[in-house]
Design a protein around this ligand. Structure first.
Ligand SMILES: Cc1ncc(COP(=O)(O)O)c(C=O)c1O
Length: 374
């Protein structure tokens, strides 16, 4: 049973696994390539990126990349060249929320961009809202006299599973300031219904190995038409190739995996309400009966749950073994709590059923009992 937030959404359905063996070899999708990976029809990557994914993500234009971080870098670097180096009309700065992922920050560093992080409401909710973005956007304009190149919003974040308050308001505000907007939906696309068009941002990024039931590395970059035209410039020397994608991105099995799991993904995002209900059931019982304390927003709206667990830490001191929690869970067939961590743990209830969630709760209760007595 996998309860690891980063792995629970990336499990490939058994029904697909065996057919994928045919695509294990290198360049396995390239046999009938007309010169651009995104135009291959056998296997049908063209349909995937022109029909299936645009519909699924509400985007005008979609490209496959090697992961969410590669999508961030692709966008940042292309916009940096256009708006900072060439036109000089935007500051070489991105604004990010205080719960952003390190990989987005690395993509910015690699693109020579400075990072301005918003405040959050702090412990224990760590919420981010419009007022936090307003402050950060204003500070960039004040310092540079130009808007930040991109405003990035994590939806939801990977630390607490929080959604920002008033995301549409944040996007509107960033646009009014003259900044592009990018939604990091690594933890949402493939788990729940998400649409770039509804959110009215310029870019949206998903991680297929995290949330789209796919082998990796694979990510999806969704764009609005006008934004795409800046990022997807064609090579002068090789006009069939898009420069920022280095011609071709995912040249094998993960692309086929995504084609095969699309029908499953369409079905599973419809179950999102049930997923959230089960996560709530889990943390409410964990708090009430086991004394664990959920960090992040309440009511929570995602399966990523981050708990403070001082009782487990105390047991680790008593047993002089900080790996005890990992080992005890593993004995019970539960995988995903990081070895050696006991003060705070992250858990996901994604794809578990009610019985399995009860089993995890019972297991945690049994493990807590190890701390009883002298
Ligand atoms: C919120 C968030 N964004 C981005 C990433 C990076 O995803 P990828 O491995 O596809 O680059 C992660 C990975 O853990 C994440 O949690």
């Amino acid at each position: 049973m996998i309860v690891d937030p980063i792995r629970s959404g990336g499990v490939v359905p058994e029904s697909v696994k065996r057919s994928l063996l045919e695509y294990l070899n290198g360049y396995s999708v390239c046999m009938y390539c007309p010169g651009d990976l995104h135009k291959i029809t056998k296997p049908n990557i063209k349909r995937l990126i022109q029909v299936d994914l645009p519909e699924f993500m509400g985007a005008d234009v979609v490209r496959l990349v090697h992961g969410a971080r590669e999508a961030f870098f692709t966008v940042f670097y292309a916009l940096f060249k256009e708006h900072v180096l060439t036109r000089g009309d935007r500051a070489p700065v991105i604004v990010v929320d205080g719960n952003t992922h390190y990989s987005l920050e690395l993509a910015a560093e690699r693109s020579l961009l400075k990072i301005i992080e918003t405040e959050t409401s702090g412990y224990p909710l760590f919420k981010v809202g419009l007022e936090h973005y307003e402050e950060a956007l204003e500070s960039v304009v004040e310092e540079h006299g130009k808007p930040p190149l991109v405003t990035c919003i994590t939806y939801p974040d990977g630390k607490y599973g929080n959604f920002p308050d008033n995301i549409k308001g944040i996007i509107k505000l960033a646009r009014e300031h003259g900044s592009y907007t990018l939604i990091n939906a690594a933890y949402s696309i493939g788990r729940m219904p998400v649409s770039l068009r509804d959110l009215e941002a310029d870019f949206i990024v998903g991680s297929a190995h995290k949330s789209m039931a796919c082998s990796g590395p694979l990510g999806v970059l969704g764009m609005r038409e006008e934004a795409a035209s800046l990022v997807l410039k064609r090579s002068v020397r090789h006009p069939s190739k898009e420069v920022e994608l280095l011609g071709c991105t995912v040249r094998g099995l993960p692309a086929v995996c995504l084609i095969m799991v699309m029908p499953y993904l369409r079905r599973r995002v419809k179950e999102w309400e049930r997923v959230v209900d089960l996560a709530r059931y889990f943390y409410e019982r964990a708090e009430r009966e086991l004394g664990l304390m959920l960090l992040g927003e309440k009511p929570h709206s995602h399966d990523l749950l981050h708990f403070e667990t001082p009782a487990f830490y105390k047991i680790s001191l008593k047993l002089r073994d900080r790996f005890f929690l990992y080992k005890e869970l593993k004995k019970r067939g539960i995988i995903g709590v990081k070895p050696g961590i006991t003060k705070r743990i992250k858990l996901s209830t994604y794809l578990l059923n009610r019985e399995e969630v009860d089993y995890v709760l019972d297991s945690l209760r049994e493990i807590l009992e190890l701390g009883e007595g002298d």
